[in-house]
Design a protein around this ligand. Structure first.
Ligand SMILES: [Zn+2]
Length: 410
């Protein structure tokens, strides 16, 4: 899947016979592509008068994601359509099916006529073909559906790196499991089975904050996970569950706070010990969760100094990999880590006073401090949108169930 609008080449016969559907079909196909958010690529739009026909068309076709081939009676006899159809077949073959071919039969052309024509050798009849109705001006529903699907795979994904991982793991599940999961997630039937894992991945990452009785997320994951290779199951759960069950808004707020120059302090309410970690997973737009550490309250007599030294030790270990470093080196390594791997979070669950909070911020200005309070705390102190208790339960329940049954632990 590539991001952006899909470029779709339109191959047609340039016949100008009055009453013939060739031009009407081309024009309404171009309109369909435009209104669906695709970019139509039609020779009239890019060829300058006198420009050599073939090299330019071939170059344009190489930049396309798909082609609509309008198979009218005249197109069957056109040597250009014939050549373009051969190029389409090559592109489809070369891209392992990623280049999609959408043939449309336009009456009075028939399948039988197509097979007999010079185009017969290109074997377009192997492909699913839409059929234009003789009196229709608008494209057939099968073409609309196919173009809609193409647009779907190419839309800009909000979290491309999370999506890549989820899509990869879904793609390794058994074909039947993927098809069943698609049905559970209420995806419409598609002719593009090769792209089904991509579509399922997008659907799994959709926000579903409440666990419903026949919860599509839970059911689809339970159907998929047994056939995902064992080493990928845990990662699939880790990516999908926080993504679906924690609001996008929360992730946005945490990223914003973690990106501030200083005073990177966030507060959430949580009842379950796993919740803060899942918030950090949701906030990370990297493949991995942000590096994080939960210090212990330490000795009462030496509380503040002990906390500072625990955090420092963790930072040195995380960014310098246990190699001792000076304060300046640590600072540089922290910046490098932030650029390459995201922010570092310190999760604190015990109460500390404002003075100590300020001290921690001064000591570690580039670290995100995530203070966890229970649900009885004052609402107005919270800096990020927190799940309601029932939503938090849904998050933890789904996560633990999938981890225990398929992920090996938790
Ligand atoms: Zn015609």
């Amino acid at each position: 899947m590539r991001s952006g609008s899909p470029r779709i080449f339109v191959s047609y016969s340039a016949c100008k016979q009055p009453g013939c559907l060739c031009q009407a079909a081309r024009d309404s196909t171009v309109r369909l592509l435009e209104t669906t958010g695709c970019e139509p690529v039609v020779d009239q739009l890019f060829l300058e008068p006198g420009e050599p026909w073939h090299p330019r068309i071939l170059r344009e076709m190489l930049t396309c994601d798909a082609a609509v081939i309008l198979l009218s009676e005249h197109a069957l006899e056109s040597k250009y359509v014939h050549e373009e159809a051969i190029v389409c077949r090559l592109l489809a073959e070369y891209s392992d099916g990623r280049f999609a071919i959408l043939p449309v039969l336009i009456p009075p052309a028939t399948r039988a006529r197509l097979k007999e024509s010079p185009l017969g050798a290109v074997e377009l009849t192997d492909l699913q073909m839409a059929q234009w109705e003789s009196e229709q001006i608008s494209p057939p529903p099968a073409l609309k559906q196919a173009v809609g699907d193409l647009q779907l795979w190419h839309r800009v994904l909000p979290e491309p790196r999370i999506y890549e991982v989820v899509s990869k793991h879904v793609g390794q599940a058994h074909r039947h499991a993927i098809e069943d999961a698609a049905a559970m997630l209420e995806l419409p039937p598609t002719r593009w089975l090769r792209h089904l894992p991509d579509l399922v991945a997008v659907e799994l990452l959709k926000e579903r904050l409440v666990e419903t009785k026949a919860d599509p997320l839970r059911l689809a994951m339970k159907r998929l996970l047994p056939t995902v290779p064992a080493d990928g199951r845990r990662e699939l759960i880790e990516r999908v569950v926080p993504f679906a069950r924690i609001p996008t808004e929360t992730a946005r707020q945490l990223r914003h706070i973690a990106g501030q120059p200083t005073a990177r302090i966030a507060a959430i309410q949580a009842a379950h010990p796993l919740t803060p970690l899942l918030y950090l997973r949701r906030a990370s737009d990297f493949h991995h969760v942000w590096a994080h550490f939960e210090p212990s309250p330490g000795s009462p007599g030496n509380f503040a100094a002990d906390l500072v030294s625990q955090i420092r030790e963790f930072l040195v270990d995380t960014v310098s990999f246990g190699v001792p470093c000076t304060a300046q080196e640590l600072d540089e390594l922290l910046h490098q880590h932030e650029d390459e791997d995201g922010p570092i979070a310190i999760v604190i669950r015990f109460g500390i006073d404002v003075e100590l909070r300020d001290r921690l911020c001064r000591e570690f200005p580039t670290v995100l401090f995530l203070y966890v309070e229970d649900h009885r705390a004052q609402e107005d102190q919270l800096s990020v949108r927190t799940l309601a208790p029932a939503q938090e339960s849904a998050l933890i329940r789904t996560y633990n169930e999938l981890c225990r049954k398929f992920g090996g632990q938790a």
